[in-house]
Each structure stands twice: as structure tokens, then as C-alpha cells.
Design a binder for this molecule. Structure first.
Ligand code: PAF
Length: 312
């Protein structure tokens, strides 16, 4: 596994891997049948857990070369957010990367990523105005800007992102389409603990009591799944589902709700509260952000239209 900290080294290491693949293909198949060498990219902020591992596994499965970046990106944190205390453990992260068969790890410093004050920002409109975009102003501009920079450095064919940050996936997909970036975004399923808690680097901040009560998030989403699969209950309206989720979450005295929203996905358009679940003609996302003490957790469930039983 190659570990690099500078952009020039990263480009060099990737160029060598691509060249190697091309040479091998030439030798095996002749110059007329050069196969593409696929570079898969997993951008992260480190403190890697099984959710990240699942992204690396998918990347390993689909790519010839797997590149992992670990960079806690300051420009996606607000002034009162947890940039300074964001958990970091480089040695353990490198072990996880090695175990998952990563080829190249990029570990830049802030100065390497932002050698001068950034005057260029990427802003995706509309999709960033709701959910986490509303509670964390400027957050998604920081995400799209750093991901665009990383895409320009790595030049990946495929890039892997977890659906726990479903809005991030929708926003990045929009950016890639709008700017004709030559990369395919591969969304990967949410990974949960055995008791349902969605994996997050921020889970380490939770006290034992907060962690116990945080299970209301996945419990409320499980109820949504059950409703969608039940031929009688899926005639519930969006308003009723919202209420059901809210009452499950407020059963935890420590839960402080930031948002509960039911929107179309990936368009993130609001759905009328009176509309029946089974009548919505698009995929739906039920997205939550809830604080336990200072720790803000997000979770969501996506209901694909085909999965919602038709209303009878
Ligand atoms: O999802 C994350 O960890 C970050 O938002 C990302 C995509 C690595 C950009 O900093």
C-alpha cells in the first residue's frame, strides 16, 4: 500500500498504476484491445469504521486500483461545529485500509489541500437548501468544493459514498452531472450496528445512555419500512408517517430533533402531508437529524417506488 501526503506524489502513484494496467493489457491482449484500468476512489474524513470498510470493499470489487483519501476538511465545518475535536486515528485508519486492500492512501495536510485562501467554491443550488443544508449553512459548499478538488487530483472512474449521507450523494450526483465530470458516483448502503444504530465516526461522542436512546432513530425508520410493506398501512398519509416517526423519537427524553423530513429522492422535493404513501409516484426519503447532547446524528431510509405496495 502506497501512502502519499502530497498532490504531486498522488498523481504520480496513480499514473504509474494506470500505466501498469495498460502495459499488462497490451501484453495480454495486444494493443488493439487495451482494457481500461479502473480507478475507484473512496473519499473520507478518517476515523474509519465498518461503513467506510464497506465502501472500500465495493471499490475493491469494481476497480483495478483503489484510492482512499483521509482528510478532515475544515471548509465543511461551521464556526461552532466539531472541527477541532473531530476524532482522528491515523495509525488505525492505515490498518483498516491495508486490511481492505487499498492501493494508495492520500493523507494531505490542510496546507497541501488549501495552499492559498480558496476564492473558488462549488455551490449546488436547491438540493442544498433543505435538511443538513438548512441546519449547517455552507456545509455542502465545503463538501462539493473539496470533492471536486479531490476528483481533479485522483481523476477516478468510480467514486463511492455511503447512503447515510443521502443528501450528500444527491448533491454530488447533481454536481457531477451539471459539470460533466467524468466519474460515476456509486451509492453504497448504510451499515448499522447489530442493534440498528447507523455507523458514524461521531458515535464515539455518545455516552452509554445517549447511545441507548439514539436507537429511536433506526426504530422509527424500521416502522416506516413496515408501513411501506403493509398493504393496509401504506395508505397512511405522509403526515401520518411524519407523526409516527416524531412520536417514536420523542419517546427518548434525550433526543433533540433538528429535522424529520419526508422528501422525494434524489430531487429532495417536499411531498404534501395529505398525500398517501402508496400514491407518491417517486422514490421517497425519510431523513432525520437528531441531537443527543452535543452530538448530532443523521439517519434515513429510502423507499423505492417499486417497494411500496400499491394502494388497494
Ligand atoms: O462524507 C464525508 O466523509 C465527507 O463529507 C467527504 C465526502 C469525505 C468530503 O470531505
Amino acid at each position: 500500500m502506497i501512502i502519499v501526503r502530497e498532490v504531486a506524489q498522488l498523481r504520480q502513484a496513480i499514473a504509474e498504476r494506470r500505466q501498469l494496467g495498460t502495459n499488462r493489457a497490451k501484453a495480454e491482449y495486444g494493443s488493439a484491445a487495451i482494457q481500461q484500468h479502473t480507478v475507484g476512489f473512496v473519499p473520507t474524513m478518517g476515523y474509519l469504521h465498518e461503513g467506510h470498510a464497506s465502501l472500500m470493499q465495493k471499490a475493491r470489487e469494481l476497480s483495478d486500483t483503489v484510492v482512499l483519501s483521509i482528510f478532515v476538511n475544515p471548509i465543511q465545518f461551521g464556526p461552532n461545529e466539531d472541527l477541532d475535536s473531530y476524532p482522528r486515528d491515523e495509525a488505525r485508519d492505515l490498518e483498516v485500509a491495508r486490511r481492505e486492500g487499498v492501493d494508495i492512501v492520500f493523507l494531505p495536510t490542510v496546507a497541501e489541500m488549501y495552499p492559498q485562501p480558496t476564492r473558488t467554491k462549488i455551490h449546488v443550488s436547491a438540493l442544498t437548501e433543505r435538511l443538513c443544508g438548512a441546519s449547517r449553512p455552507g456545509h455542502f459548499d465545503g463538501v462539493t468544493t473539496v470533492v471536486a478538488k479531490l476528483f481533479n487530483m485522483v481523476n477516478p472512474d468510480l467514486a463511492f459514498f455511503g447512503m447515510k449521507d443521502a443528501q450528500q450523494v444527491a448533491v454530488l450526483q447533481q454536481m457531477v452531472t451539471d459539470l460533466n465530470m467524468n466519474v460515476t458516483i456509486v451509492p453504497c448502503p448504510i451499515v448499522r450496528e447489530a442493534d440498528g444504530l447507523a455507523l458514524s465516526s461521531r458515535n464515539v461522542y455518545l455516552s452509554a445512555e445517549q447511545r441507548e436512546q439514539a436507537l429511536v432513530l433506526s426504530q422509527s425508520l424500521r416502522k416506516v419500512r413496515e408501513v411501506s410493506e403493509d398493504a393496509v398501512q401504506n395508505s397512511f398519509t405522509i403526515g401520518q408517517i411524519h407523526q409516527m416517526v416524531e412520536s417514536t423519537i420523542t419517546s427518548s427524553p434525550l433526543a433533540d430533533i433538528d429535522y424529520i423530513e419526508i422528501l422525494t429522492f434524489p430531487g429532495l422535493e417536499p411531498i404534501l402531508a395529505e398525500q398517501r404513501l402508496s400514491d407518491v409516484q417517486e422514490d421517497i426519503i425519510v431523513a432525520l437529524a437528531v441531537k443527543f447532547g452535543n452530538t448530532r446524528l443523521i439517519d434515513n431510509i429510502r423507499l423505492q417506488k417499486a417497494e411500496v405496495l400499491s394502494h388497494v
